[in-house]
Design a protein. Structure first.
Length: 412
């Protein structure tokens, strides 16, 4: 029996609305360590986006390396595979690979190929059980850049040339890996978006490959026993249960609040492949006020008061709160109003308020007759966006548009 823990999308160094997530990362990585020891895991696959930035801080790097050292110290003989995601700097992630190999860790950030074939020394890993017997082969593929994908003449494909290129790359790499596996079950890693998968509305960047966003799940044929994927933060399988995203460790944005975060444990034995989702404890609560619907502006203070939180709660233990507010007229000033109320309570505001329109917005409808035109500096940016959206599309923006605008403001 071979036991593998599949995880990914750690995003070490991530912040949320200016708040550090360091303590949450420390708690989640410590819990993964316990799962590895208690479940007697033989191998770990981390499917990309180790860091949240291509230039992670020294603290973020230190957290990653310390976690890998602890895990391997507590589980001698463990093999681990780490691939680069679109958030990672592939070359920098690979740079200490010589040292990490001494731990039993294979780090792959870039493709190394010649004449259409991958370097087996870099991209093939044989996994062994606790007795040292080979039990599986892993084809290690990181996030693919445009330069990695074979160019396919338009006349040779019926659809997208990019999708056909991705399909051909996987077909060739899998065929080569099956030869190396010599009858052992084949696993494949990847950091990409598969068509039909559920995506987060805010936290995941759309990976555009020559204008394409997603590729079909059939790039992983039945000969692949398990596909360990990263990039999408919702734990899920696509196409079949053995093509799986492990998901992120905890909510990285307000849109992930309801996800059942965790890791995937895969068992490969005589009966085939079994997959189990193992939930992780949420390090701090992530609360929507209210749980459903939206609050009147006058109800916001009472909703915070009703949470009954200890006013002495340490900052890193305070829950994240996302407030939904009913608005029928102007939304100007709501963000400042919510932030001001929240500052009196032991909470951390996760994102700008979710604006729930109770009636279609008509520009100027909230202004009293004869009022002077407002100054630009006095108008909330969300209000400007809403008016512009209405003028362009003749309908008020839906929730998904408002969330996208909020995310853009966070990144600005």
């Amino acid at each position: 029996m071979l036991r593998i823990l599949h995880t990914g999308d750690w995003h070490i160094g991530r912040t949320l609305n200016g708040w550090s997530r360091r303590n949450e990362h420390a708690a989640a990585l410590a819990e993964i360590e316990e799962v590895i020891v208690e479940r007697q895991i033989d191998a770990v696959i981390v499917a990309g986006d180790i860091f949240d930035s291509m230039a992670p801080s020294a603290e973020a790097r230190g957290m990653f390396y310390a976690a890998m050292v602890r895990i391997h110290a507590r589980r001698p003989g463990l093999s681990s595979i780490v691939i680069a995601g679109n958030h990672d700097h592939a070359g920098q992630l690979e740079a200490p690979s010589v040292l990490l190999q001494r731990l039993g860790t294979r780090v792959v950030g870039t493709l190394r190929q010649a004449e259409g074939r991958l370097d087996p020394g870099k991209h093939h890993v044989i996994l062994k059980d606790s007795a040292g017997c080979p039990k599986a082969c892993v084809l290690v593929l990181p996030f693919l850049g445009v330069g990695d994908i074979p160019r396919v003449p338009p006349e040779e494909c019926s659809g997208s040339a990019i999708v056909e290129g991705v399909r051909r790359l996987h077909a060739s790499a899998i065929e080569q890996a099956l030869e190396a596996a010599a009858g052992l079950p084949l696993l494949v890693t990847g950091h990409l978006t598969l068509a039909g998968a559920g995506e987060s509305e805010i936290s995941e960047r759309r990976i555009l490959l020559g204008g394409e966003h997603a590729v079909p799940s059939d790039i992983f044929p039945p000969s692949v026993a398990y596909a360990a994927l990263g990039h999408l933060h919702r734990p899920q399988w696509v196409g079949r249960p053995t093509i799986r995203y492990a998901g992120s460790l905890f909510p990285l944005s307000a849109s992930e609040r309801a996800y059942g975060h965790g890791v995937s444990v895969i068992e490969i034995g005589e009966g085939g492949v079994a997959v189990e989702h193992v939930a992780l404890t949420r390090p701090v609560p992530f609360i929507r006020l209210p749980a459903s619907g939206a609050l009147e502006r006058s109800e916001i203070p009472e909703a915070f008061e009703a949470m009954g939180l200890d006013p002495q709660l340490a900052v890193e233990l305070r829950p994240f709160v996302h407030v939904a507010v009913k608005v029928s007229g102007t939304a100007a000033g709501i963000r400042g109003e919510v932030d001001g109320i929240a500052s009196a309570f032991p909470v951390r505001v996760a994102a700008p308020p979710e604006i729930v329109r109770t009636a279609a917005l008509v520009p100027g409808s909230g202004d009293p007759p004869g009022a002077s035109p407002p100054q630009l500096k006095d108008i909330d940016p969300l209000e400007l966006f809403t008016r512009a959206f209405l003028a362009c599309h003749q309908v008020a923006p839906a929730e998904i548009h408002l969330r996208a605008f909020a995310a853009a403001r966070e990144e600005a």
